[in-house]
Write a protein of this length. Structure first.
Length: 264
């Protein structure tokens, strides 16, 4: 079982969109996936089709505080067959006052390895204890970095926090393994410069970029990953290409769609 954590302490950095695409890509290969929403806004939960009408007996915060087991709290995703969800709620905000949650997922997830093939964790736009818990549990850390200066700055902050708080003891050697440039438009000079900076600073860890698209927002409204909502869209192709090396996915058969240009 592989645990993937998607993180960056910058709101609007496409963490949730990217995490949902990780879930969709893994389940498309027949893998059973547990999706854990650690953002109190619950956007990952919504993007995987969970609504207020969904029968939920326990939520992610209950699991982190050992008030519920993972198996009891997980609910099937209505929009992604093969995925189950630990629902994110406002209760998660209270956990930043409970340092014991930092190692909760790291210790609990190995116990359910036979139930799911992979785990995908979406994190809040902050580097509090809940995010640290997700980083301590991760086998693979994926940073979704929108092509914005602010997001680029926060990537360095994420690496510093991992080095200081996680890699020294809780998860020796932990690091950012993959960086996905998102909201990319090759016509914008800044976007091209940011991708160049990422490739120079993190050689071998930067995926192909994912273009900006209205389909990503529409897919959220529909409660689906974008590759489920618009499987033939260019952004769906971009995400699959970007995530393929990180997830070990096979080549995708698709309709002819132009690859996203990296330079003008």
């Amino acid at each position: 079982m592989t645990v993937y954590t998607v993180a960056l302490s910058k709101g609007g950095s496409t963490k949730t969109t990217t995490a949902a695409e990780v879930v969709a890509a893994l389940t498309s290969c027949g893998r059973r996936v547990l999706a854990i929403d650690l953002d109190q806004q619950g956007n990952f939960t919504t993007r995987l089709g969970i609504t207020d009408d969904t029968d939920v007996s326990a939520v992610a915060s209950d699991v982190l505080t050992h008030e519920s087991s993972i198996a009891d709290a997980a609910v099937p995703s209505p929009s992604v067959p093969g995925a189950d969800v630990l629902v994110g709620t406002h209760d998660l905000t209270e956990l930043d006052q409970k340092p014991e949650v930092i190692t909760s997922l790291r210790d609990q997830l190995p116990l359910i390895a036979g139930e799911w093939d992979d785990v995908v964790i979406d994190t809040p736009p902050a580097l509090g204890l809940v995010t640290l818990a997700a980083l301590a549990a991760a086998d693979v850390v994926i940073a979704a970095v929108a092509c914005e200066t602010e997001a680029l700055d926060q990537l360095g902050r994420l690496e510093d926090v991992i080095a200081a708080r996680i890699a020294r003891g809780m998860r020796p050697g932990q690091a950012v393994h993959w960086i996905v440039p998102t909201r990319y438009d090759h016509r914008r000079l800044l976007d091209r410069e940011i991708v160049d900076i990422l490739q120079e600073t993190y050689p071998g860890r930067v995926t192909s970029p994912v273009r900006e698209a209205v389909a990503a927002r529409d897919a959220y409204t529909a409660g689906q990953p974008v590759s489920r909502y618009a499987p033939d869209s260019p952004i769906a192709d971009d995400y699959y290409d970007a995530l393929r090396p990180a997830l070990g996915l096979p080549e995708r058969e698709r309709a002819t769609a132009a690859p996203v240009p990296v330079s003008a």
